[in-house]
Every structure is written in C-alpha cells, then in structure tokens.
Design a protein around this ligand. Structure first.
Ligand SMILES: Cc1ncc(COP(=O)(O)O)c(C=O)c1O
Length: 359
C-alpha cells in the first residue's frame, strides 16, 4: 500500500490474481483489536469486575476471523445458521457464542441448544415461547438475554438505527412489551434469564447516545427488580462505534467510548441501588472495517440524464468495509484504481449485486 492507504494498480492486480478478486473480497487483515484490550483495560482500571467484548460476526465472519477472536480471548456474536455453523466449524468455544436475530427458526434455536451456545438473545414473545418448548423437548436449559428497545433514536442513517421505538428488533420498554417478556421468561420452563441486551444502531459518532442508553437501561432494570424481584446480572449494550470512511470523519476512539460507558454504568447502577452488572459490548464494524480494503470491478454504468448515474460493481455492499448504501451514496468509500479515472463524481452511486432495490 502507498502511504495514503490506497491500493495502487499493481497491488490491486496482485490481489485480484491471488484471490480471484473482483467479487468484493475483503483484502486485509485484522489489526483493530484495541476493543478487547482497551475495554479489558478499562474494566481493570475502573474496578469493573466483569467486562466481555464479543465480536459481532455479521461484520465479517469466516473461520480465520473466529480463530483471531479466540486468540484475543473475545466472545462472538452470531446471527444466522451460517454464522453459527462457521463458529462451530472453527472450533470456537461455543459457551462464548451468542445467537441474535429477530426471526430465529425452530431449527436455528434447536441448533443453538444442541451446541449449548453461551447466550441466546431472545427478540420476541413468540420466540420465548418457542424456545421454551424446544428446550423442554430437548431436555436443555436455554441461557438467555432479552433484547430490549430502549427508545433511543441515534444520529445515524435510518437503515442502521435500531434503538428507537419503530424498530423490527426486540421488546420495547415504552410499550410494556419488555416487562411482559421478562415476566414471561421468568415463568417459562427451560429458560434461564441472565440479562438484558440492546443495540441502538451502527456507525455512531455521538457518545451521548450510549450515556442515555445506560441511563435508560439501568432505570428499567430497577423497575424490573422492583416488580419481579429479578436482578439483571448481565447488561449487553451492543455495538455501534463508528469508523472513518472519509478523511473528514473523526469517530471517537475505543478509549473515549470506554470513558463514557464505564463511569456512566457505575454511577447509574449506584444511583439506582443496583449491583454492577457484567458489561458486554459487541463491536463489529469498528474492529474489522478499518482493517482492509474491498476491491470491486466496475460493470455496467447506467446514466439517467439529469437524475443520477448508477455504477454497478461486482459484489454485495459489505458492512465490514463500509460499502453500505448510506456510505456508497455519499461517495465516501470509492477510490478508483487504474483505468485513468479521476474517481467518483457528483451524483454517481455505486450499486451492488443485491436483488433488493436498496443497494
Ligand atoms: C445485535 C447487534 N450487535 C452488534 C452489532 C454490531 O454493530 P457495529 O458493527 O455497528 O459495531 C450489530 C449490528 O448490526 C447488531 O445488530
């Protein structure tokens, strides 16, 4: 790579030849494991007894990534049969695996129980009921977190806001669904409720959303305790830390994130009269995104005069590298390698292979 961090024509040709690239492979190695080190350190410095950092596999998962995370002592988030299968194939310690998703089939729940994954993150009332039934049938106990919607709207692209009331994920605090889900989970056979989870969105630059989330969640945990006598032992605040896609972007560092979350949780727990829960974070993009470059080949170019120009590339738009619609649409990621082009111009949109209309 040249000093500026851009691939030269020669380098891109080498990568292409070596890896058969052109289908959006992520040609890089992970070098961003400061989360684990930074937050682990924060745990010690701030007298946090228990901190766990789980890599959110949806950002980029293959067996090699699983092995790196294992070496780093990290936990792993999965959100599909394929991701769970990858973790199993890599020999990743399954007691450190979490399973997420707003629609987990019976088969997937059964697979998670069979492999005894560390935590299943329940997303709905019906999922809780199905999980209980399947666990009882299999003679297993499911250790779960419940995904809660804290009602926090973050400053990020609407496609990746997930903490607000209008979200497909989780049980909302405001509507009463979260409390209902907790009571149900406490009453169901085959279910052991260990804690609560939330994930307010991705590509976040403003750390105040995390502080508000901590406040919301601890206040809710106090209410739950008062109403049910159940004490939340694990609080998972999800991922979301943003990364730079353009030279102008200045995302907060992991240390800055820890400087907000750790004291906020400590003082909120004290203020609410709660024991300090285990703090869990689930970074994805901020670990793997800055670690590499995705190489695409430009295909058809569709010019719609006076409207815009679509440039099709031969891959999907990958969250790991930032080639998500919101980024591609503001032209932030593209750098043209070779071919005598100047780079993307105004009104030029990169689009991937996806069959959906969005990307
Ligand atoms: C439940 C959950 N946890 C963690 C993440 C990772 O988020 P990020 O890659 O923004 O850190 C996501 C991303 O969608 C998620 O849905």
């Amino acid at each position: 790579m040249e000093g500026g961090g851009q691939l030269t024509q020669v380098e891109s040709d080498v990568v292409r030849r070596q890896f058969g690239c052109g289908a959006g492979q992520h040609a890089g190695v992970v070098r961003q494991l400061e989360h684990q080190r930074g937050l682990g350190g924060c745990g010690q410095q701030r007298e946090f007894g228990r901190v766990e950092v789980a890599y959110a596999g949806k950002a980029l998962l293959c067996t090699a990534m699983c092995r790196i995370m294992q070496q780093e002592g990290m936990a792993l988030d999965t959100a599909s049969t394929g991701e769970l299968f990858t973790a199993v194939s890599a020999g990743f310690p399954l007691n450190k695996v979490k399973l997420h998703g707003n629609f987990k089939t019976d088969e997937l729940l059964g697979m998670a129980l069979k492999y005894q994954v560390g935590r299943i993150v329940a997303d709905s009332i019906t999922e809780l009921q199905r999980l209980s039934r399947i666990a009882v049938e299999m003679g297993k106990e499911a250790d779960i977190l419940i995904r809660v919607g804290p009602g926090i709207k973050t400053q990020t692209h609407s496609y990746i806001q997930t903490g607000q009331a209008d979200s497909k994920f989780g049980l909302s605090i405001a509507s009463g669904a979260a409390m209902e889900g907790i009571k149900l989970a406490l009453s169901l056979p085959g279910i052991d409720l260990r804690g609560l989870h939330c994930h307010i969105g991705s590509q976040l630059f403003g750390l105040d959303s995390y502080a508000r989330t901590v406040e919301m969640m601890t206040e809710f945990i106090r209410l739950v305790r008062a109403e049910t006598n159940w004490t939340c032992d694990e609080l998972d605040l999800g991922g979301g830390l943003g990364i730079a896609y353009t030279p102008e972007d200045a995302p907060p560092s992991v240390a800055e994130l820890a400087d907000v979350i750790c004291p906020a949780l400590k003082s909120a727990a004290e203020a609410q009269g709660l024991p300090l829960p285990k703090l869990i974070l689930e970074p994805g993009r901020s670990i793997v995104g800055p670690a590499g470059t995705t190489l695409y080949t430009v295909g058809p170019v569709k010019v719609i005069p006076g409207v815009r120009t679509y440039v099709a590339v031969d891959g999907g738009l990958d969250p790991a590298t930032g080639d998500r619609p919101e980024v591609a649409r503001r032209g932030g990621v593209a750098a043209v390698v070779g071919g005598g082009h100047d780079g993307p111009g105004e009104g030029v949109f990169a689009v991937g292979l996806d069959a959906t209309g969005e990307t």
